[in-house]
Design a protein around this ligand. Structure first.
Ligand code: UDP
Length: 334
């Protein structure tokens, strides 16, 4: 039992809600700050306090910071669709930067000195080498990636000038669901491979389209590094202690890549039924291979994925989607 108190923005969303579960399990107090545009009320357990508000609401933020002393802020709330960011680049850059730095400012003013940012592998764009470590060149290929890079830079200056220590966690492909089955992935629209493949197998979504079969990979489809959302939550908790030594940034992935075809095979193995699918052209902006080196995180914090195998990830995701074919079911029409 650690008994600390944390603010989690975006705590009603996919990765944020899994962190909230992990913090509550340690005996921490949690305040979730979420505007519920993407998040789900039902994803927030009753033991956590839920504040429904926008991060652009400075007065509400100040009120929340005045209500208690937070040991750290975990910041997940953001626009996060790569494709959408290429249609509305300015909205992505303005909103993600402005909301994040408004939050950092409120933390500094309240004397809270620890900040953990949900960042992204999209910072690396089309990487020259794989696996990707923290020394790899940062060159976003989307406005989404750029917006997160700008936030990282803002946090750097907040540390230099105000002593706000930050950990920027650059995730690769977050996947899977709470092994206890309480929460899982529920995006609308859904664009991610694993929920779409499972939905196709369950018949709750249309057949899957495989985006591109002519990549320079062994089976011609893209390779990604899938990291279980519970392992991601664990990484957030571990970096808190690391912050005592100063600000840091880490890549978070399992270190193993799986192709789109391997993901389909895993879903078929776990689900025991076929994934109806067809083949289409490449999706714009998709690099052939994205695999993380998380050596630095492992070395500095002792983190290692407990659900690193693709079948483990798919098993928890399958259980969630099979039990909740309409997701949290708290805002969709029949
Ligand atoms: N993908 C696919 N069909 C889909 C969705 C995704 O073939 O309907 C592929 C996509 O091209 C990528 C991989 O699956 O190579 C993972 O995509 P996802 O959107 O889940 O994550 P991303 O890597 O884009 O963050």
């Amino acid at each position: 039992m650690s008994g600390a108190c944390f603010l989690v923005t975006g705590g009603a969303g996919y990765v944020g809600s899994h962190l909230v579960q992990a913090l509550l399990a340690r005996g921490d107090q949690v305040v979730v700050f979420d505007d519920l545009r993407q998040g789900h009320r039902a994803a927030v357990p009753s033991e956590a306090e839920l504040v429904v508000a926008s991060l652009s609401d400075r007065a509400r933020l100040a009120e929340v910071f005045a209500s208690r002393r937070f040991d750290a802020v975990f910041h997940f709330a953001a626009l996060s669709l790569v494709g959408e960011s290429m249609r509305e680049p300015l909205r992505y850059c303005v909103e993600n930067l402005s909301n994040s730095l408004t939050l950092a400012e409120a933390a500094v003013q309240a004397g809270c000195r620890r900040f953990v940012l949900s960042s992204t592998a999209a910072l690396f764009g089309f990487p020259k080498h794989t696996p990707i470590d923290e020394a790899a060149e940062v060159a976003p290929a989307s406005a989404y990636g750029e917006s997160k890079l700008m936030v990282e830079r803002g946090l750097h200056w907040a540390d230099q000038v105000h002593g706000l220590r930050s950990a920027c966690l650059r995730y690769f492909n977050a996947a899977g669901a709470d092994p206890a089955g309480r929460i899982g992935e529920d995006h609308e629209p859904e664009t991610h491979l694993i929920p779409l493949a499972i939905g196709a197998a369950l018949g709750t979504r249309p057949p899957l389209t495989v985006f591109g079969t002519d990549y320079p990979t062994p089976d011609g489809t893209c390779i990604r590094d899938y990291v279980h959302v519970a392992d991601l939550a664990d990484a957030h908790i571990r970096v808190l202690e690391r912050l005592e030594a100063g600000s840091c940034r880490y890549n978070v992935g399992s270190g193993t890549g799986y192709s789109v075809k391997q993901v389909i095979e895993s879903v078929e193995r776990i689900g025991g039924r076929p994934v109806p699918h067809g083949f289409g052209p490449r999706r714009a902006g998709d690099p052939a291979v994205l695999v993380a080196s998380s050596e630095a995180l492992r070395r500095d914090t002792g983190w290692s994925p407990r659900l690193g195998a693709l079948d483990d990830i798919v098993r928890t995701a399958w259980a969630w989607h099979a039990a909740h074919p309409r997701g949290f079911d708290d805002r969709r029409p029949n």
